[in-house]
Write a protein that binds this ligand. Structure first.
Ligand code: 9D3
Length: 241
């Protein structure tokens, strides 16, 4: 997967992209990330990338010419790519959408700044507008990092077989069961006996029950769409659902 990221703040990406899973995806040659400074495509003496909105109002709007030129340049290098724009008015990112985007051969991600982007850039270039949730960020860069991270871990081969994305919460539609490691007693709190039993069937059943209980308590909305067995439904009935 090739990501081209178009931003006024490329330096924001270096730390996060140089560590952990995203670093490993790049080292394995499975993921490449190219950062583009939108300002380099401004043609005036002051390298202007924004202007005040037609019709008045507060704040500034990203000018179409430098951004459009930058997208065109990225497209030449990543010709089959889908163009995403991070914006608070976009479609909310979900695990399901990340899976779909991981199936693309390339992505160009435009990071919005200021009050937004001239609408003609949306019309000419943007395939999908993406938000990462209903809270206000200062710009699209942190959202773009979230998008890249959630997609990169779904690219085949990026994760090892011991950290398979298939085990992730949300891929089975439930929250995760509680995790424990040594020591067996810590600050007077002990590990549930079943996890020490070595009985793998009982352990799997306990974990499923815990996942269902947590989901019921914290995210009951997820139970609407989670694939549930008859046994799951019986357990939920016992929990008073
Ligand atoms: C005055 C209306 N505001 C829109 C809700 C203006 C505005 C706020 C924040 C315009 C841009 C931004 C910057 N945010 C993003 O670019 C952004 C974002 C976000 O704020 N929340 C969740 N996802 C995203 S993706 C990009």
């Amino acid at each position: 997967m090739r990501f081209d990221i178009l931003t006024l703040f490329p330096e924001m990406f270096r730390g996060p992209f140089d560590e952990s899973i995203i670093r490993r995806g790049q080292d394995k040659g499975l993921v490449s990330i190219v950062l583009h400074q939108i300002r380099e495509y401004a043609t005036d003496r002051h390298q202007t990338v924004d202007d005040s909105p037609y019709g008045g109002g507060a704040g500034m709007v990203m000018k179409p010419e430098p951004l459009s030129a930058c997208i065109t340049a990225a497209r030449l290098q990543n010709p089959a790519a889908t163009v995403l724009l991070t914006t608070p008015r976009g479609t909310p990112l979900t695990h399901q959408l990340a899976v779909e985007l991981a199936g693309k051969s390339g992505l160009i991600i435009v990071c919005g700044r200021y009050e937004g982007v001239d609408e003609r850039v949306h019309e000419l270039h943007v395939d999908l507008e993406l938000s990462i949730g209903d809270y206000v960020l200062s710009g699209g860069e942190l959202a773009a990092m979230v998008v890249v991270d959630s997609i990169t871990r779904l690219v085949p081969g990026v994760l090892g077989s011991d950290e398979s994305a298939a085990d992730d919460s949300f891929s089975d539609g439930l929250l995760e069961y509680p995790q424990y490691t040594r020591p067996a007693a810590f600050c007077g709190l002990t590990v549930p006996e079943v996890l020490l039993s070595g009985n793998h069937a009982r352990i799997a059943q306990w974990r499923r029950q815990q996942a269902l209980q947590r989901t019921l308590e914290r995210r009951p909305d997820l139970l609407q769409s989670a694939p549930l067995s008859e046994h799951d439904r019986r357990l939920l009935a016992e929990l008073g659902r």
